[in-house]
Design a binder for this molecule. Sequence first.
Ligand code: TYD
Ligand code: MG
Length: 452
Amino acid sequence: MSKIKTSFFCQNCGTSFSKWQGQCHACKEWNTIVEEVIQKEEKTAWKTASNSVVKAAKPLLIKEIDSSQEIRLNTTDSELNRVLGGGLVPGSLTLLGGEPGIGKSTLLLQISLKLPYKTLYVSGEESQKQIKMRAERIMPNSDNCYILTETKTQNIFKQIQEMQPEIVIIDSIQTLHTDYIESSAGSISQIRECTTELIKFAKETNVPVILIGHITKDGTIAGPKILEHMVDTVLQFEGDRNHVYRILRSLKNRFGSTAELGIYEMLGNGLREVDNPSEILISHKDEELSGTAIACTLEGMRPLMIEIQSLVSSAVYGTPQRSTTGYNAKRLNMILAVLEKRAGFRLGTKDVFLNVTGGISVEDTAIDLAVVAAILSSNEDIPIAEGFCFAGEVGLSGEIRPVNRIDQRIQEAEKLGFTTILVSRHNKLSLKNTKIKVVLVSKIEDVVSELF
Ligand code: TYD
Ligand code: MG
């Protein structure tokens, strides 16, 4: 009997099948099912390397479980600490995903260089020289950071045993392979097996492991969805590659909130933590220009003041163009329809361009009101008075709808020196004695009369 066993895996969702078929019936994707060799042996790599006898777990009363030892390792990077919920948890597995070239390796190398713990940075993508060159740009000297270029998990564990690192970073999980499985690196069974070995290692030794994961074209972390289920924390590094700002988001966190957000600026010498994002997202100009409005949005739990720019001009071609960056194009069409039908602005024959500055993309609907203000300002060619900002959602009948956490938004606007904020009349305000003037509006008409 042959020892080789094969199975069919969907490359999109990781479901396994006993035979090939055209469509995966779990995720409904076509042509994603690939045959892979699985030749599993009983032992896994970490066990063979450590020869440790795993203690069998015993059930404990919940009140008897010691929770005091929930220590966090300070990563010395305030943005990363915030997103992780206070620091790295010992024995945890963190997955950092992001598009190629966005700066994942830079971020983790920079953190390894700064960490006050003995860190092993394993790279399967770049040579030690290349990493050294990159490190020289960021921070030339570190007494704690070790670099290993290796892709075989067995060899990695051997080195780990010798040097006993306190934190392990793997760049990237898709380049790892284990001897116990024959399929090529990056395939679903390899990713799953290598991650299992690393989880075992992390849980047994209490060493936190951070994995870098590539992202596919449609924005999901490449490899099986299972990978996201296996790890404790999933972070995503995103941003527009042509801009300098990068956002670190948490998609899953077993030890903290997923509403936190970290912001970095990519410089020639690495990533800089941005403590006050609002200041950089608003452009500083000498004269007042029409077509810009400031929105007060919330990204996760963090209030952010961002600038919305709009250009409205007569359409040159028959069909007017509508183009947006950082804002949902369908929502722009909806807002234009509302302005046309409910407020009588003839925008049907005009080109409308909309831009959220800084290259970040905003989902928060509270920026609608600023979008309306920017479009009207460009259309009328009248600048919006200095010190104005906006927070409100626009409904289909032209009403301004309330948004969540309005007090936090108003406080942020006040902190940054804005003098007037337009919000929905239906927002329940609990703030008293604010220096900033809060103008309540309920319809688009109110906004128009307030602004022009
Ligand atoms: P990298 O970390 O290699 O991306 P990833 O690992 O996510 O694929 O970073 C890629 C980009 O970052 C690269 O195009 C150059 C840029 N960069 C800087 O702008 N400044 C720097 O100090 C470094 C190290 C990189
Ligand atoms: Mg990289």
